[in-house]
Design a protein around this ligand. Structure first.
Ligand code: PMV
Length: 354
């Protein structure tokens, strides 16, 4: 039995624009998906999902059989969850040269599904890591990030950037521009996350922005303007001391840029009433800045506030279903438990994929 976990993320800046080659800066957060994998004698896959914003389900299948579990959970979410696990299994089988390896897989996640916190990337990264280690073929982080990206790309029919999977694999703050992915230095920013209890459809939202961009020059300009905001934010981060607490001036400037970014995402039609209400509740509570994170449409916002004010305000906001502070997770994917810890220690820390 092999267990791996990988973190979710928030976008400090740059979602959606990253799909068109602009840079983005996602940051891994200490909320994890944990995947337990045990090799089977046959080629079946049995998936047990304990907490993917679902009530929990178990599904067993082999090639050609139905993936549908016999419990009453929304089919779309189950298909999505099983689709990502399936894609992770395919990548692990291919990487290990074991095309018919079967597994019992358990997924436990602290990251709400489809809410902009990179839940699917975390499941895919932890799943490939655990399955390849279970087969005795551990991957270095660079290959793991690349395979996780390919898995997401397949499930999302090409509507995926490398941002989520790279960030979840490497941990910390990362910069993604096309195929160029690297870790960047960043201080531990005081993230506060508000969750409206809902989810957005990433594929649909990305397709909507693409259409708008084809139709209106303003939308193409907006995407480029988001890129400018990301570059401004990056240079502020680069000038900061990553080992010190961020000073007020840095937080104020990053917050301002987050506010601009949210406004532009709203112009692209990917915000929602609930996300906007949470963003405004955070700003009025004194947050340095606030924006939606991820694809939008529903799900999460991220604000910067080192005081408890924003969390308190969000807790009293009708649209907010859950609120939590999120520490920057500098570790990325990791082996859990004592069974095979050494394998992960041998992995390169990576840092760049081109
Ligand atoms: O909502 P998430 O965590 O799947 O993030 C989507 C981010 C997008 O930029 C909209 C798409 C992508 O793949 O980068």
């Amino acid at each position: 039995m092999t267990v791996s976990s990988a973190p979710g993320k928030v976008y400090l800046f740059g979602e959606h624009a990253v799909v068109y080659g602009e840079p983005a800066v996602p940051c891994a957060i200490e909320r994890r998906a944990t995947v337990t994998v045990e090799a089977r004698e046959d080629d079946h896959i049995r998936v047990e999902a304990q907490d993917l914003s679902l009530d929990g389900f178990t599904v067993e299948y082999a090639d050609g059989t139905d993936h549908r579990p016999d419990v009453d959970v929304p089919a779309g979410l189950v298909d999505a969850a099983v689709g990502y696990v399936d894609a992770a299994v395919e990548q692990a089988r291919e990487a290990a040269g074991a095309p018919s390896a079967g597994f019992d897989i358990t997924v436990e996640s602290e990251i709400p599904l489809g809410a902009g916190l990179g839940s699917s990337a975390a499941v895919v990264v932890a799943g490939i890591d655990a399955a390849t280690r279970e087969l005795g073929e551990p991957l270095d982080r660079t290959e793991l990030a690349d395979r996780a990206y390919r898995a997401e790309y397949d499930v999302q029919e090409g509507q995926a950037s490398r941002a989520d999977t790279f960030c979840s694999t490497m941990g910390g703050a990362v910069r993604v521009e096309g195929d160029d992915c690297r870790r960047i230095d960043a201080p531990n920013l005081p993230f506060v996350v508000g969750f409206d209890g809902g989810a957005g459809d990433t594929g649909e939202l990305v397709a909507g922005v693409r259409q708008l961009r084809d139709e209106y020059d303003f939308a193409a300009d907006t995407v480029e303007n988001i890129g400018d905001i990301v570059r401004a934010g990056e240079s502020r981060l680069a000038a900061a001391d990553p080992s010190a607490d961020p000073d007020e001036e840095l937080l104020a400037e990053l917050g301002r840029l987050m506010d601009f970014d949210h406004g532009l995402l709203e112009a692209l039609g990917v915000s929602s009433r609930t996300l906007d209400n949470m963003v405004w509740a955070a700003r009025e509570a004194g947050a340095h800045g606030a924006k939606l994170t991820g694809a939008g449409g529903g799900g999460c916002i991220v604000a910067l506030d080192e005081t408890p004010e924003t969390s308190t305000a969000l807790r009293y906001t009708a649209e907010c279903h859950d609120v939590f502070r999120a520490e920057l997770d500098r570790e990325g994917v990791r082996a859990e438990g004592a069974t095979d810890g050494a394998a992960s220690d041998k992995r390169g820390t990576g840092g760049e994929v081109t």
